[in-house]
Ligand binder design. Structure first.
Ligand code: TXA
Ligand code: MG
Length: 343
């Protein structure tokens, strides 16, 4: 296996992304263990998708409800047939355009995949991540890897290996330590099993990009359009919550900015330390093109504010174009209260 050097925190092995360490991580997966690894979206917590007892450990480590299915990660498009069946042409067209990348496709599940991965559904979500450490790990393990975000269920997803250690040290076998995740929000989950493709969870690949390649408009599946909460099974749970309260202010820009300034002053006067998200007291417009940066820092900021003695977070609505749809979806779920300014 070659030599890898690693230390442990509470028994969890901290591995580098060098080849001997990746080989060690792959052997842990092959033996039914759990390895956290970076992807381009967030860090994932991986187990063999073919091994039910390994998959079960993911749910235990995260404290994840058993009816919330996992995404299976591949290292090549050709591996698709080993995890899915009756695959529509659209899947290949989309994989050709967007894999490796932040798009998970919901397809009919192949029998080899543990039913626990799908939480009882006949379908399976599949993606190929755009991060060399992840691809090398999957290739080396020669396994499809089931991996949810590597956080405790309910808390903001991890975009650094330190976030993974904060949440899961002592509960998982190993973590591959590398640089932060560039995109910062999870993959877009697209259902291809219905008569028309539908977005179950907005994410790191924009709706506009999908529509361009498919040549049709795509529905956002979900009951509550107003709160941007689509209906992927996972979407019904408490999610992405910082420990401190988060107030999300929405409405027209002048109205919401006025209220945010007033709220900041109100809490300031009472000696409360308010963190400002997507919002600068001295700046009257959000800079165009900033949404990718807002997305990449979103979970990092929520965890940072939690750990730096802030009392609450005041967050401003963002535009919903591009990754804005995913950012607003996460903020609506993270919010303790949504204040809608009507003017
Ligand atoms: O970017 C990502 O997708 C990250 C990285 C690690 O790849 N993974 C991730 O996994 O976000 P997780 O488990 O945190 O979120 C998976 C989402 C959930 O909302 C779940 O309900 C949905 O995908 N999902 C998984 N399988 C599904 C299926 N068969 N049908 C419908 N939704 C599914
Ligand atoms: Mg998650």
């Amino acid at each position: 296996m070659g030599n890898y050097r690693a230390r442990r925190i509470k028994g969890t092995l901290l591995l580098s992304s060098e080849s001997p360490s990746i080989k060690k991580a792959a052997s842990i997966l092959q033996n039914g263990g759990l390895v956290a690894f970076p992807t381009e979206t967030v860090y994932g917590l991986g187990a063999s998708a073919l091994d039910s007892s390994a998959v079960k450990k993911i749910f235990t480590a995260k404290g994840r409800p058993a009816d919330n299915p996992l995404i299976v990660h591949l290292s090549a498009v050709e591996e698709l047939e080993s995890v899915a069946q009756n695959i529509p042409d659209q899947a290949y067209i989309l994989a050709e355009s967007f894999w490796p990348g932040p798009l998970s496709l919901v397809l009919e599940r192949a029998p080899a995949v543990s039913p626990l991965v799908s939480a009882g559904l006949e379908t399976v979500a599949v993606r190929m991540p755009d991060r060399s450490e992840a691809l090398n790990l999957i290739k080396e393990a020669k396994l499809p890897v089931a991996a949810p975000s590597a956080n405790l269920s309910g808390s903001p997803s991890p975009t650094t290996y330190k976030h993974v250690i904060d949440d899961l040290a002592g509960k998982i076998d190993a973590v591959i330590m590398s640089t932060p995740c560039a995109i910062g929000v999870e993959s877009t989950v697209l259902d291809l099993t219905a008569s028309r493709p539908a977005i179950l969870r907005p994410g790191g690949l924009s709706k506009e990009s999908l529509e361009k390649v498919l040549g049709m408009s795509i529905a956002l599946s979900g009951k509550s359009h107003a709160t941007h909460l689509p209906s992927s099974p996972g979407m019904k749970y408490r999610h992405y919550k910082p420990r401190i309260p988060l107030l999300l202010v929405t409405g027209s820009p002048p109205g919401r900015k006025k209220i945010l300034r007033e709220l900041a002053a109100y809490y300031g006067k009472r000696g409360k330390k308010a963190a400002l998200l997507n919002f600068d007291l001295n700046q009257h417009t959000q800079r165009a093109g900033d949404i990718d940066e807002i997305a990449s820092k979103l979970y990092y900021s929520l965890r940072y504010f939690d750990n730096k003695g802030y009392d609450l977070i005041l967050a401003e609505e963002t535009d919903q174009a591009g990754l804005g749809l995913a950012v607003m979806n996460r903020l609506a779920k993270a919010a303790t209260r949504i204040i809608r300014i009507l003017d």
